[in-house]
Design a protein around this ligand. Structure first.
Ligand SMILES: Nc1ncnc2c1ncn2[C@@H]1O[C@H](COP(=O)(O)OP(=O)(O)OP(=O)(O)O)[C@@H](O)[C@H]1O
Ligand SMILES: [Mg+2]
Length: 285
């Protein structure tokens, strides 16, 4: 199952906005898509509740009667929205599941610096360093009257991140999200400029979400179940504890934390034998 995650440590950078749009694009393409909130604020879940049943369906996680996180039956595509401040173990977990990561970045120097730190951490993870998980940035809330888009492009290229383009600042995003909509759900003539901005972004993620070999793959439609809560291990590092407390998509019953020797936790890879126990099945590789 193709999984795209939207990541940036910086709060308010447009992660939920971007994730909702990717999910809506999938839904409009006829894919059975889930928008999974890894975010304790549950922004995406709230947005989904506001979405009309007449629109192309986007599913949330479901919780079954055994308190297990469940990917709804038949889901073939997943988009993961993540919280601001994500780093360390939580970030590593998301990366392990994702085929691609998009970093939405607002133009200010503070936003760029924060995103650069986030990218630097991503690059320490083997899946990213080996390009098994692709990473790209998108400019968010860009004022077309300024040179912000060019600044963002140069910044992104300067740190070695593919830059997909910029989305302008417009109340169209704000108003449509309030109504459970995205730009893709509005009449095309109302959003011509915005659809044009999405074009290069879609061109980038389309082959990831619609790989040719995935066509007619029955495995993609397999329903899977993941545990929402597991026995809490002793001596958790703060990131691990938060992950469990927040009922995020990972359950860490099998996870190990290693010390880097400098007082900072380093993270054991979940591919290690036994370590992926408790992970959502659909995210296992
Ligand atoms: N292109 C845009 N034009 C105008 N407003 C935008 C645009 N993109 C996002 N916003 C607004 O910016 C605010 C922050 O966006 P969003 O909630 O998507 O960020 P976030 O990174 O998910 O935040 P958090 O880190 O708190 O989860 C929201 O009010 C959203 O409506
Ligand atoms: Mg958000």
């Amino acid at each position: 199952m193709p999984v795209i995650a939207v990541v940036n440590r910086k709060g308010g950078s447009g992660k939920s906005t971007f994730a909702a749009h990717v999910a809506a694009w999938c839904a409009r393409r006829g894919h059975a898509v889930m928008l999974g909130d890894v975010d304790r604020q549950q922004s995406s879940r709230g947005w989904l509740r506001r979405r009309s049943v007449d629109l192309p369906l986007i599913s949330p996680w479901t919780l079954d009667n055994k308190n297990m996180l469940r990917v709804p039956t038949g889901i073939t595509h997943a988009v993961l929205d993540t919280p601001g401040g994500i780093h360390g173990f939580e970030l590593a977990r998301v990366v392990m599941f994702a085929d691609a990561i998009v970093i939405p970045v607002c133009p200010s120097v503070f936003d760029r610096e924060s995103a650069a730190h986030c990218h630097a951490e991503l690059m320490t993870l083997p899946r990213v360093a080996q390009k098994r998980c692709r990473v790209a940035s998108v400019g968010m809330r860009v004022d077309g009257r300024t040179n912000a888009a060019q600044t963002l492009r140069l910044w992104s290229e300067g740190i070695g991140v593919e830059y997909l383009g910029a989305l302008r600042e417009t109340q169209l995003y704000v108003r449509s999200l309030e109504r459970g909509l995205t730009i893709f759900d509005l009449p095309a003539h109302q959003v011509t400029a915005d659809l044009a901005q999405w074009e290069p972004i879609v061109q980038w993620f389309q082959p990831i979400l619609e790989p040719p070999q995935a066509a007619n793959d029955p495995a993609q439609a397999k329903p899977v179940v993941a545990r929402a809560h597991a026995p809490r291990p002793q001596n958790l590092m703060p990131a691990q504890d938060a992950l469990i407390a927040g009922a995020r998509l990972s359950v860490l019953s099998g996870a190990k934390t290693l010390s880097s020797g400098r007082g900072q936790p380093t993270l054991a890879r979940a591919e290690a034998p036994g370590e992926s126990r408790g992970l959502p099945q659909f995210l296992k590789r």
